[in-house]
Ligand binder design. Structure first.
Ligand SMILES: *Cc1c(COP(=O)(O)O)cnc(C)c1O
Length: 354
C-alpha cells in the first residue's frame, strides 16, 4: 500500500482463490475444476474460431449464446445476461440489484466471495446460520431484507435445497431480489431457472466453469426477469462493453448445445462422488450429503489443517477454510477415480497410523 491508493480500497480484504500450483503430477482436488476435458465439439469450434476475425470486436450482446441458453430453459434471450465468469455476473448483480438501505441476507457458511462484494460496494449484510446439520434454514430468511444471496447447492457444504423450497423463499421476499447461485446445480440438484418468469424477483446465476469443464474460458450467466437483466446490462455497459471475447462466445455456445457430453461427464462425477463418500466414511470421516462436484468432510480425531498439509506433501491438493464452523473440515473436489483413490490411500495411511 502507498499514498496513491484510493481510500475506498484501503480496508478491503480480497477473495483468495485456491492454489494453482503450476507443477504437474499433483492430484488437484482443491478448486472444484472438472477432471474431464471440455466437450470435443467445444475444442473443435475454438480451433476454428482462431482466425483473422480476432481483429474484430466480439458481439457486445452475445446474442447467439444468449439465445442458446434461453432455449434450454424455454425462455427468451431477454431473460439472459452474460459475464466473464459467474464471479463477474455476481459482482454486477450485487451492485445492480442488492445495494439498498436494508442489509442483504447471506448464510453464515457460504461462498466466501459474497462478503467481499458487500465490502467493495458498501452493502451491509447479515448472516443467517445454517442449521446444526449445516443445511440452509429457509425459515431464517423470513425477515426484512434488501436482498438474499444463496448458493444452491451451497458452497462449501455441497448441500442442496429442492426447487419448491427455494421458490417458497423467493415468494416470501416479494420486495427484494433473491440471487440463487447455481454454480454446481448440474451435479444432481434442481435448477429454478425455468421459473424466473413467474418470479420477477428471482435471479439465477450459472457458470460453464464446473459442469462444462470450462473454468479457463470464463463464461457465466444470469437468468431472470427481463427487468432484472436490464439492470445488469446497465452496470455491464458502464464497466466493460465486451466482457466475453470471440473465443469464449463461440466455445460457450458449443458447450451449451452439447447436452450429451454433459450427461456423460456429470454422471461419471456423481458416481465417483459416491465412491469417494463411501471411502471417506470407511476411514471414519463424517461427510455431508453433496449434490456438487466436491464433498465437505471431517475426521473426529484428525485436525483438518494437518491433514491438508499431509495430503499436500503427498501430492494431493484439497481446500481447507479457516472459517467458523468449518475449520475442522476439508473440501475435496471430485476428481477422476484414480485421483480420488490417491487421496484415500494417503488418508488411509494417516488414519491407520494413529
Ligand atoms: C466456482 C464458483 C463460482 C464462480 O465461477 P466462475 O468460474 O467465476 O464462473 C461462483 N459461485 C460459486 C458458489 C462457485 O463455487
Amino acid at each position: 500500500m502507498n499514498e496513491f491508493w484510493s481510500d475506498c480500497i484501503r480496508g478491503l480484504t480480497p477473495y483468495t482463490p485456491g492454489e494453482q500450483p503450476g507443477v504437474d503430477g499433483l492430484a488437484k482436488l482443491n478448486t472444484n475444476e472438472n477432471p474431464y476435458p471440455p466437450s470435443p465439439a467445444v475444442l473443435d469450434v475454438l480451433r476454428r474460431a482462431l482466425n483473422g476475425d480476432l481483429r474484430l470486436y466480439p458481439d457486445p450482446d452475445g446474442s447467439a449464446l444468449r439465445q442458446a441458453i434461453a432455449e434450454k430453459h424455454g425462455l427468451t434471450r431477454d431473460h439472459v445476461f452474460l459475464g466473464n465468469g459467474s464471479d463477474e455476473v455476481l459482482a454486477h448483480a450485487f451492485l445492480a440489484l442488492l445495494k439498498h438501505d436494508r442489509p442483504i441476507l447471506l448464510p453464515d457458511v457460504t461462498y466466501s466471495f459474497y462478503p467481499v462484494w458487500c465490502a467493495l460496494y458498501g452493502i451491509d449484510h447479515v448472516t443467517v446460520p445454517l442449521d446444526e446439520r449445516l443445511q440452509i434454514d429457509v425459515a431464517g430468511y423470513a425477515q426484512p431484507n434488501g436482498g438474499v444471496v444463496l448458493a444452491n447447492p451451497n458452497a462449501p457444504t455441497g448441500c442442496a435445497l429442492d426447487a419448491a423450497r427455494i421458490l417458497a423463499l423467493v415468494d416470501r421476499c416479494p420486495d427484494s431480489v433473491v440471487v440463487v447461485d447455481e454454480a454446481y446445480v448440474d451435479f444432481g440438484a434442481e435448477t429454478v431457472a425455468p421459473h424466473v418468469d413467474e418470479h420477477p424477483n428471482l435471479l439465477v446465476v450459472q457458470t460453464l466453469s464446473k459442469s462444462r469443464s470450462l473454468a479457463g474460458l470464463r463464461v457465466g450467466m444470469a437468468i431472470g426477469h427481463p427487468a432484472l437483466i436490464e439492470a445488469l446490462n446497465v452496470v455491464k455497459s458502464c464497466f466493460n462493453a465486451y466482457p466475453l471475447d470471440r473465443l469464449a462466445l463461440a466455445g460457450a455456445e458449443a458447450a451449451i448445445r452439447d447436452t450429451e457430453y454433459l450427461r456423460i461427464t456429470r454422471r461419471r462425477i456423481m458416481r465417483t462422488r459416491d465412491v469417494l463418500t463411501h471411502g471417506l466414511a470407511e476411514l471414519g470421516f463424517a461427510v455431508l450429503p453433496s449434490k456438487a462436484n466436491f464433498v465437505l468432510a471431517r475426521h473426529p480425531s484428525h485436525d483438518a489443517a494437518r491433514l491438508q498439509r499431509t495430503l499436500r506433501r503427498n501430492g494431493v491438493l484439497v481446500r481447507h477454510f479457516r472459517a467458523p464452523r468449518i475449520d475442522q473440515y476439508l473440501r475435496i473436489s471430485v476428481g477422476t477415480d484414480e485421483e480420488c483413490r490417491r487421496l484415500i490411500d494417503v488418508l488411509r495411511t494417516v488414519v491407520r497410523a494413529a
